[in-house]
Design a protein around this ligand. Structure first.
Ligand SMILES: Nc1ncnc2c1ncn2[C@@H]1O[C@H](COP(=O)(O)OP(=O)(O)OP(=O)(O)O)[C@@H](O)[C@H]1O
Ligand SMILES: [Mg+2]
Length: 407
C-alpha cells in the first residue's frame, strides 16, 4: 500500500480560458508521479488565456483548490502554474567555458547552463525556461551532457523563453486570495507538448498544436528538444462566437450545436432542428453550420502555418503534426491539418492510467505540468524578485511518464 507523506506532495494548476484544473500529486519510490486528487471547474475572469477579472478568477481558483483538498494535502502553500503569453519571446543563447583539457564534470555542465541563462536579458520580460539544446567540444556536437570527456573549450547552445512581467504579476494577484505562492511557471505551449507528445515524436520532429478555448499554442520539437514556441490569439470560443453571431443564438446553445453537430469535413443538406429557449424551433442545414465553422478553423491553421513557415520549408526534420486541446476534437481537424501543413497529422491526449485524464486532448497541459516537474535540475523563482533577477531553470529531458495513479 502506498504511504502518504504530505511533505512531498506537489500541486499544479492549468489556468485555461474555459476551465481551471488543479492536480495534487506525489512521487512514489520509483519516482513516478502519483495523482492524489484534483479539482476541475469552469473558469471565470480569464479571457484569451489571460486573467482579466481578479475577483472572478480568485473565486474560480478557490473552488478548484477546495475541490482538490489543497488545505489537507499541501503544506508549503506552493503551486506550479502554466502561463500563456501571446507575445512570448524566445532566443538562442551561446556560452562557453574553458576546461584546459580536463574531463567534463557534472559541475561544469551546471556552470555552463547557469551562464547561458544568466547572461540572457529582455526588457520587461522574465526568463521562464532555458532549455539546453546541444553541447559542442573538440569540434563534435552532443545532444546529451558530455560528462567524462576531456576538452579545452565546452560550448552550449540553449533556447531561452521569456514572458511579460506584467502577466506574471496578474497571475500572482489572482492567487493572492488563496494564500498560495507560485513557485514555478511553465509555458502553456511547452506544457501541452510535454503532456501529449511521445519521446519518439519529439525525436523524429513534430509540431504540437493545442487549440484551446481562447488561444492556440504551437511548439516544435526537433531531435527531442524544443525548437520553437508561439501562440495565435484564436481558439474554440471564436468558433462558438461565430455560430452565435451567424445564427443569432446564445453562446451556450452555439457551443452545444458545435460540439454535437459541428464538422469541418462533411457537409450536406441534412436539416438540423434547434429548439430555441423561447420555445420556437430554428431549422438550419448542416451546410450552413459547416460554412460558419470551417473558415474559422482554416484561419487558425493558416495563421499557424504563417508563423512556422520558415520551419516547415527549411528542410528541417519535422515529420508530424500532433493536434491537442479541446477544440482540436472537431470532426475533420486532422484532414485540414494534413492539407495545410502537408504532414501526417493526428489527434492526441495525455497517456495516463487515470481514465479521467487519459487520452483527452483538453488535459494535455495539466498532465504536461506534472511531467515538467520531474526534470527540473535547478530553479530559482521568487515572487518578489521577478523582473530584477533572472530565473535559472534548466530542463534536460522529458522522458518520464505517469505510470501509476490514484489507488
Ligand atoms: N468535440 C468538440 N468539438 C469542437 N470543439 C470542442 C469539442 N470539445 C471541446 N471543444 C472546444 O474546446 C474548447 C475548450 O478547450 P480547452 O479545454 O482545451 O480550453 P482551455 O484550456 O480552457 O483554454 P485555453 O487553453 O485556450 O486558455 C472550447 O472552445 C470548446 O468549445
Ligand atoms: Mg488550455
Amino acid at each position: 500500500m502506498f504511504k502518504l507523506n504530505i511533505k512531498n506532495n506537489n500541486c499544479v494548476v492549468d489556468i485555461g480560458t474555459n476551465k481551471t484544473i488543479c492536480v495534487i500529486f506525489t512521487n512514489d519510490k520509483k519516482n513516478n508521479a502519483k495523482i492524489l486528487s484534483w479539482g476541475h471547474k469552469k473558469t471565470f475572469g480569464v479571457n484569451k488565456s489571460i486573467v482579466t477579472n481578479f475577483n472572478s478568477f480568485s473565486n474560480t481558483l478557490l473552488k478548484v483548490l477546495t475541490e482538490a483538498k489543497i488545505n489537507k494535502l499541501i503544506k508549503n502553500k506552493k503551486i506550479v502554474s502554466n502561463i500563456t503569453d501571446k507575445g512570448v519571446y524566445y532566443e538562442r543563447n551561446f556560452s562557453y567555458i574553458n576546461l584546459d583539457g580536463l574531463k567534463i564534470r557534472k559541475k561544469d555542465i551546471d556552470k555552463i547552463k547557469k551562464k547561458n541563462s544568466q547572461k540572457s536579458y529582455k526588457k520587461n520580460m522574465y526568463l521562464i525556461h532555458s532549455f539546453p539544446l546541444k553541447y559542442k567540444l573538440n569540434e563534435n556536437e552532443f545532444l546529451k551532457e558530455p560528462i567524462g570527456i576531456n576538452c579545452q573549450r565546452l560550448e552550449l547552445e540553449s533556447i531561452n523563453i521569456y514572458v511579460k512581467n506584467k502577466l506574471i504579476s496578474n497571475l500572482a494577484n489572482g492567487f493572492k486570495d488563496s494564500n498560495l505562492v507560485i513557485s514555478d511557471l511553465i509555458d502553456s505551449a511547452y506544457a501541452s507538448s510535454i503532456g501529449c507528445l511521445s519521446d519518439e515524436e519529439k525525436k523524429i520532429g513534430s509540431i504540437c498544436i493545442d487549440i484551446g478555448a481562447g488561444t492556440s499554442k504551437i511548439s516544435i520539437f526537433i531531435n527531442g528538444k524544443p525548437e520553437f514556441i508561439d501562440y495565435i490569439p484564436l481558439g474554440g470560443n471564436d468558433v462558438t462566437n461565430d455560430i452565435a453571431n451567424g445564427l443569432e443564438m446564445s453562446n451556450e446553445l452555439s457551443e452545444y450545436i458545435k460540439i454535437v453537430q459541428g464538422s469541418i469535413q462533411f457537409s450536406s443538406n441534412e436539416k438540423l432542428k434547434i429548439n430555441m429557449p423561447n420555445g420556437t424551433e430554428k431549422i438550419i442545414t448542416k451546410n450552413l453550420l459547416n460554412g460558419i465553422i470551417k473558415p474559422r478553423y482554416e484561419e487558425i491553421f493558416e495563421l499557424i502555418r504563417e508563423r512556422i513557415y520558415s520551419k516547415i520549408t527549411e528542410n528541417l526534420p519535422i515529420k508530424k503534426v500532433v493536434l491537442t486541446g479541446g477544440a482540436s476534437q472537431i470532426e475533420g481537424a486532422i484532414n485540414l491539418s494534413e492539407k495545410i501543413f502537408n504532414r501526417k497529422s493526428q489527434l492526441s491526449g495525455p497517456n495516463t492510467k487515470l481514465s479521467y485524464f487519459n487520452k483527452k486532448p483538453e488535459f494535455s497541459t495539466i498532465i504536461g505540468l506534472i511531467l515538467s516537474q520531474k526534470n527540473l535540475s535547478q530553479l530559482h523563482w521568487n515572487k518578489s524578485n521577478y523582473g530584477i533577477k533572472r530565473a535559472f531553470k534548466v530542463i534536460d529531458s522529458f522522458d518520464d511518464w505517469i505510470t501509476d495513479s490514484f489507488t
